[in-house]
Ligand binder design. Structure first.
Ligand code: ATP
Ligand code: MG
Length: 429
């Protein structure tokens, strides 16, 4: 017997029973971003490997061990995108749409790929919605990014379950001075650091702050704090951000150890975290990356953005049971027809009704079947009403209109009056 084919570990199908919640989530985000003036951009899923090495940084978990990299038939090294910012920056540079200081407020959605250990909330193909803003350097836009996610949590009904953590990494100069102080401090404790941190101390010392090792964390308690090394400009920027969050009433905690996994951040960094998902607690993360565009060959261009993990947020909606009732019902009306003549008339009638009520979710029975079997399917579909076309109805040019959820008796409705009748019975989204 041949081995049955399976999906790749950590790469999931999103089944029909799950997609309504995904669409609810994605639809809510898309509408909100439209309202805040963000425009969607779509980038390819595959890019030259070099792009990610240059933007994310060679000494990061992603580039060191998480990328899906392969040679294509031309011998070019390509990589399935592990995140969206790099490709987005490449795209705006390639098309010159941030030139001359043009502001761009962009968003994207799609699959990302990282070779990690699959577990709840952590997959090898996962989905993000990301935002990137170019050519705005003030704290007002950093605040807007946070304010709109705060609104999103409110609309989704999960606001009480997430917490905002903030930090500032300063400009590259002040971060440089801090890095020196941190390295000096950690070097005096070298033998007590875990192996990973010893290595990072040489390659990317700020990442030691990110360690999950308890002993190293204990040593870090007395380590120098970035806040004490912040330059005046970054300090004012951070104050400006906090003042705006206070003005809207968004609570936050300052987390001096928040450095983010990617190399390119500067000034503001933030994460929205939850304790509802176990170990995979970060649902949305981002920050400012004023040096990145230049590092990738463009003119100096301030940038700020974030990405949220759709799987984790959908899991949260499920865990907190924030699933709107209307998304579970996907059929309003189910049409049953008995015999070939009725089937033909039913099809034509359904199309006329759809012309008049374009938002009506009308399902026409397919596969014929007895009265009993069609009725069973109508009921199972979740429809509120069944329409019935049999010999009697055909003779009188009416349909039987039968409430399926216990509101009233069956009636006969003339074909010409059907759309108007449905319009009064069904509240359309
Ligand atoms: P983590 O610390 O959880 O690995 P990260 O810092 O690597 O996260 P980012 O690169 O900032 O994550 O991605 C932004 C968001 O994308 C994360 O906050 C998370 O919600 C989601 N995400 C990242 N990696 C995964 C993954 N492997 N599976 C599912 N979601 C993910
Ligand atoms: Mg990660």
């Amino acid at each position: 017997m041949s081995k049955s084919l399976q999906a790749i570990r950590g790469m999931n199908d999103i089944l029909p029973e799950q997609t309504p919640l995904w669409r609810h989530f994605e639809g809510t985000v898309a509408r909100l971003l439209d309202n805040y003036g963000y425009k969607q951009i779509r980038m390819p899923i595959v890019e030259f490997t070099e792009l990610f090495k240059r933007s994310i940084g060679e000494v990061t978990d992603i580039v060191e061990k998480e990328m899906y990299t392969f040679d294509d038939r031309n011998g070019d090294s390509l990589t399935l995108r592990p995140e969206g910012t790099a490709a987005c920056v490449r795209a705006v540079l390639e098309h010159g749409i941030t030139g001359g200081g043009q502001v761009q407020k962009l968003w994207y959605v799609g699959p990302m790929f990282r070779h990690e250990r699959p577990q709840k909330g952590r997959y090898r193909q996962f989905h993000q919605i990301g935002l990137e803003v170019f050519n705005l350097d003030g704290p007002d836009i950093d605040a807007e990014l946070i304010v709109l996610t705060w609104r999103l949590w409110g609309e989704l009904g999960i606001r009480d379950a997430v917490k905002l953590e903030l930090n500032s990494l300063g400009t590259s100069e002040s971060r440089g001075r801090y890095r020196e102080a941190l390295v000096a401090f950690l070097s005096t404790h070298l033998d007590k650091l875990d192996e990973d941190s010893q290595r990072r101390l040489k390659t990317n010392p700020l990442r030691v702050l990110d360690t999950k090792n308890a002993d190293t964390q204990a040593i870090l308690t007395d380590a120098p704090k970035m806040a004490d090394y912040l330059d005046e400009e970054s300090r004012l920027h951070f104050e400006g951000l906090k003042a705006r969050l206070d003005a809207v009433g968004i609570p936050y905690v300052i987390n001096p150890k928040l450095v983010r996994g990617l190399d390119y951040y500067s000034k503001t960094v933030f994460e929205w975290v939850t304790d509802k998902l176990g170990a995979q607690g970060t649902v949305c993360a981002g920050g400012r990356y004023d040096g990145l565009v230049e590092q990738m060959g463009g003119k100096p261009t301030p940038g700020v953005g974030f990405a949220m993990g759709i799987e984790r947020l959908v899991l949260m909606l499920e865990t907190l049971e924030q699933i709107p009732e209307e998304i579970s019902r996907q059929v309003d009306v189910y049409l049953c027809a008995f015999g070939e003549a009725a089937e033909l008339a039913g099809l034509a009638l359904a199309e006329r009704v759809r012309d008049q009520l374009p938002n009506l979710r009308l399902q026409v029975n397919a596969g014929a079947g007895s009265f009993k079997s069609q009725f069973k399917k109508a009921d199972k579909s979740g429809a509120l009403y069944a329409l019935i076309l049999g010999d009697d109805e055909m003779a009188q040019q009416v349909v039987g209109f039968k409430p399926l959820r216990g509101q009233g008796e069956q009636q006969s409705i003339a074909w010409d009056a059907l759309a108007a009748h449905l319009a009064t019975c069904i509240v359309q989204g």
